[in-house]
Ligand binder design. Structure first.
Ligand SMILES: [Zn+2]
Length: 432
């Protein structure tokens, strides 16, 4: 184990959980045994955690944030997560024994018992998504794989062979890694941005790290702004409503964790992947339960080299959105046009099309957007494109031993992303 977790924030870190899964896989060649080993490592690490106030990485001066994190830890330690691990492991074992219907029913009854069918992601709105493909391409070429080309669809984590999904990434780096490209050599790839026009009407199962996200991006700034969180305490610690949210997010954290094992063996024939059985069953269940798609964390980014500088950052640059397509057999259409119509899709660009943009220019556009727009929604869009995205990627760096870290925006992927963000902001000005 490269890291040892001291506090809840260490434990919830995506890289730490990824290390735990790797250790479990290392200890057991069969995936069902690796699932059991991971559950044990997870419980052991969780029970050994202490207060954030004594963690060298996460120690913060704010007593209210510290209190909140420590109370959240106590609550999490008191929750019975073992039944989720057991339920998912049984569903896996049933599936590899060839009893697919029974495996699906096990997942379904577990999700209903846990109340996962009633959840939805609240984290779709404030972001710009990206998509890419090899070649000099047109916008239409960056839609999902056409219904007439199902034979081109490979075995993916959240999709069964032959089912086209619309895959989007939250960063160009993520998109490049998902395509299997070396992030420094993407000159012959085309990328475009996808903006979800109305996130409120899209219901997505959030298997990302919303537990960490909410502590770091909601609670910490609230405490930092002077909120006396401790005074909200009720008998048993956190306010009841927050306890409920933490418990719901913890369940999802465990489900996402067992769906995020890296593929051990990648073969040229793209054959069966044990690590994809549970995520694919989850995707099947989510589709049957009227979710529009799944938000999840990529396992393909090389986190040894690409990381957030400092320990106190969020890993949203690795998030992916996979949206289900609907196929209507009596129509001749090759794409799910109603799904595509939910997005504003930019023309694709390549690395060679990117022009250098200075910070001054971006600041100036941002100002014009904020000052010039009357419509509240468009103002929000402009702010989101210019500010939130900058903040989210601010600390991302490419790091190599003995060399200075390279900020993301100076890498090829970062430059492409920044330019697409600028084009998106400019389109807001034109619309106004
Ligand atoms: Zn810590």
């Amino acid at each position: 184990m490269k890291r040892y977790p001291h506090c809840l924030l260490c434990f919830l870190d995506d890289d730490f959980q990824s290390d735990l899964r790797a250790a479990a896989q290392h200890s057991a060649p069969r995936h069902e045994k690796a699932l059991t080993a991971y559950a044990q490592l997870f419980q052991k690490a969780l029970s050994g955690l202490g207060s954030v106030s004594s963690c060298a990485h996460h120690k913060l001066e704010n007593e209210h944030f510290t209190w909140w994190v420590d109370e959240t830890l106590k609550l999490i330690q008191s929750q019975p997560t073992q039944e989720i691990f057991d339920g998912m492991t049984e569903a896996y074992s049933t599936s590899i024994a060839g009893r697919f219907g029974e495996s699906f029913e096990r997942v379904k009854s577990l999700m209903l018992k846990l109340g996962i069918d009633k959840t939805r992601s609240e984290r779709l709105g404030k972001v710009l998504f990206f998509r890419g493909r090899k070649g000099r391409l047109l916008r239409e070429d960056l839609y999902h794989i056409p219904f007439s080309k199902r034979h081109c669809i490979s075995n993916q984590r959240y999709s069964v062979t032959g089912q086209p999904l619309l895959y989007l990434g939250l960063s160009i780096l993520d998109v490049a890694c998902e395509l299997g490209a070396e992030p420094k050599a993407v000159d012959d790839y085309s990328f475009c941005s996808y903006f979800l026009k109305d996130s409120a009407t899209t219901r997505v199962l959030d298997l990302g790290n919303s537990l960490y996200d909410s502590l770091w991006n909601n609670i910490r700034p609230i405490a930092g702004a002077g909120s006396q969180l401790k005074h909200m305490a009720e008998a048993g610690g956190l306010p009841a409503i927050s306890r409920q949210t933490v418990i719901e997010r913890l369940k999802i954290f465990v489900i996402a964790a067992v769906c995020s094992f890296r593929r051990r063996m990648v073969t040229a024939q793209d054959s069966f992947a044990p690590e994809y059985v549970l995520p694919q069953t989850m995707a099947h269940w989510a589709r049957e339960t009227a979710f529009d798609g799944i938000l999840y964390t990529s396992t393909r980014i090389d986190s040894e080299h690409w990381r957030m500088s400092g320990d106190l950052q969020l890993n949203r640059y690795r998030e992916n959105l996979a949206l289900f397509t609907k196929y209507v057999s009596h129509e001749e259409k090759d794409h799910d046009e109603s799904l595509l119509a939910k997005f504003e899709i930019s023309p694709p660009i390549q690395a060679a099309d990117v022009k250098e943009i200075s910070d001054d220019v971006i600041v100036e556009y941002r100002k014009q957007i904020v000052q010039g727009l009357q419509a509240q929604s468009l103002t929000e869009l402009g702010q989101r494109a210019a500010i939130d995205v900058d903040v989210a990627f601010d600390g991302l760096v490419y790091s190599q031993l003995d060399l200075p870290d390279v900020p993301y925006y100076q890498t090829t992927c970062g430059k492409i992303q920044r330019y697409l963000q600028l084009l998106f902001m400019m389109s807001r000005l034109i619309d106004a």
